[in-house]
Design a binder for this molecule. Sequence first.
Ligand code: ADP
Length: 255
Amino acid sequence: MIVIGIDIGSVAAKGYIISSGRHHRAMVPTGWSPREAGQAIIDQLLDASGLERDQVERIYVTGYGRVAFEHADKTVTEIKCHARGVAELYPEVRTIIDIGGQDSKVISIGEKGQVLDFAMNDKCAAGTGRFLQVMATVLGLDVSELGDDEDPSQMQTISSMCTVFAESEIIGALARGNSKGGIIAGLHQSVGKRVAAMARRMGIKEQVAFTGGVAINPGVKRALEEEIGTKIIVPEACQYTGALGAALLAYETHR
Ligand code: ADP
């Protein structure tokens, strides 16, 4: 059986193809068209697997762009897909923290990977990947450089919760000669604090997994571990767990 799961996010579209126990994955920037990004994922997955479109029996799509993509057999919520993807990789996980481009979520899951509860921030850029992208630009860096460039020993606390005010705060801190590494550590702490507060309100059960593109950044993982007070698992393909979950749900429903 051959199925595809696609997660069309605000920043990146991710996909998994599962074919008789083997899988391939692909990622493209979402750009301005979620529909084109979804199609590009299907093309890349077919290329990588050497399969033809008519061999694919089912396509499930999730993510913020899912409604714009009309080639799917079914749309599924991101919450359900992340839960399914993480439960497959780490059955012992009970709390998932997902930080993507424009939202952050905390999901509580049961022993069979079922969703028990969730909390979500999609109203404010603070505590999301977008916040870090904006701040990286102010610092003259790419968002992928933040993790390696932080210096927690010089931690510069960023007190503004609002992205626009935080941007001014950083410009001021740079002008006063504060170290870039210390400012970056402060930014990570700000994201960690905000998301940890949301997780605490919902209740944190171990083990805890951290997913989404922001989980690639070891500085945010460090900050979250400090704020929550427990070790966190980051899956190797942390940005793909929603797509993996969508593919697994398609596979299981079809079967
Ligand atoms: P979405 O599902 O909304 O598209 P993702 O889960 O794909 O979001 O995460 C996108 C975010 O991940 C970006 O806003 C950025 O902050 C972060 N990110 C992406 N790639 C990297 C990287 N190589 N290093 C650190 N952070 C990254």
